[in-house]
Design a binder for this molecule. Structure first.
Ligand SMILES: Cc1cc2nc3c(=O)[nH]c(=O)nc-3n(C[C@H](O)[C@H](O)[C@H](O)COP(=O)(O)O)c2cc1C
Length: 319
């Protein structure tokens, strides 16, 4: 998610679940081919398994960007066919590619030829006036024939004119059944559902019909829910018992980043929802907002903020 799931966020999330797959923000092929690659693509080894999401529609550029991503060590390349922003439409990629299934298939094929890691597609069920039965089937059929290793479907349309990107995440109605039908007609390729899924109870309900579930906003805004992922979905212990333990485990990473010149706030901004619902959460947030941006702010500042929060296992909140 743009501006949210940067590498600091992903390191934080990885400390709550070893098993969930993490995704980068969308990076355009232009940025990867012509930008500062190390800054854009560098990530911490602890983040694995981590997928690089690409935005683009030129098959050759996507193949080159995918190759670069593979060289950086990413575990999967994902093509964005779901973002509705104007900037993306101008570049003729993102959700508007729902109208160009043959082009998407060409892009997938080019990326598959270029890399050995899985290539996946994240799409909508349709755009604008499209019939979602036809549009999603055509998109999926082309991508699968081209070798796509999985399809991630945000279970709502995108309206390219008239709705902002934010509205396009809330207003078009969710149609989970449409994604279930895609799975039923595509038994050999993993189908992952996304959109409006609030907690692990709902995740389990979807898993009766599809192969996987992608959590977007809830993973970011209520990250403590991730602490239940490994125990509840994979029968394995959580990496840490409490959110305080998670943040303590972040300290060495934070110290290394601060020594490199990263500002504390760039990392701690992702902790806003960490203690959601726990007494002291507001004081924690306020303390970090006021002190985390000061020159010299460091792990001591974070520890002082954490001390304002009442003890208690975060996992119990998720129940
Ligand atoms: C701030 C923000 C940035 C996003 N950026 C991306 C992105 O870069 N790539 C993408 O595929 N989806 C992006 N999304 C959409 C989410 O991945 C997801 O499809 C959508 O929010 C619906 O799922 P949810 O209800 O679980 O959040 C973004 C969402 C938000 C809120």
């Amino acid at each position: 998610m743009m501006d949210w799931t940067d590498r600091h966020c992903r390191v934080f999330h990885r400390l709550m679940t070893r098993r969930a797959r993490l995704y980068t923000e969308m990076l355009t092929t232009g940025a990867i081919l012509h930008g500062e690659r190390r800054r854009l693509l560098g990530f911490d080894p602890s983040e694995h398994p981590v997928a690089l999401q690409l935005g683009g529609s030129n098959a050759r550029d996507l193949a080159t960007a995918a190759e670069i991503g593979e060289d950086f060590g990413y575990d999967e390349i994902n093509l964005n066919v779901g973002c509705p922003s104007d900037r993306v439409q101008d570049g003729r990629f993102g959700a508007c590619l729902m109208a160009e299934p043959a082009l998407v298939a060409n892009c997938v094929q080019a990326m598959k030829r270029a890399v050995g890691i899985p290539v996946t597609v994240k799409c909508r069920i349709g755009i604008d006036e499209q019939d979602t039965e036809i549009a999603l089937d055509e998109l999926a059929r082309g991508a699968v024939a081209a070798g796509a290793d999985a399809l991630i479907v945000h279970a709502r349309k995108a309206w390219l004119k008239g709705l902002s990107p934010k509205e396009n995440r809330d207003i078009p109605p969710l149609d989970y059944d449409r994604v279930y039908r895609l799975k039923a007609s595509t038994p050999d390729v993993p189908v992952i559902i996304n959109g409006g899924i609030a907690d692990l109870v709902e995740v389990k309900q979807h898993l009766a019909y599809v192969d996987g579930v992608m959590l977007g906003r809830v993973a970011y805004q209520e990250p403590w829910r991730l602490l239940s992922t490994d125990p509840e979905l994979f029968g394995e212990p959580a990496p840490h018992a409490t959110m305080k333990d998670v943040l303590e485990a972040m300290m060495p990473y934070i110290e290394t980043e601060l020594a490199r010149g990263t500002r504390l706030h760039s990392i701690t901004r992702h902790f806003v929802g960490a203690f959601h619902g726990v007494r002291g959460a507001r004081a924690f947030r306020r303390y970090l907002a006021e002190n985390g941006v000061r020159p010299g702010a460091g792990v001591t500042t974070l520890r002082e903020a954490i001390a304002l929060v009442e003890d208690g296992p975060a996992v119990s909140i998720a129940a």
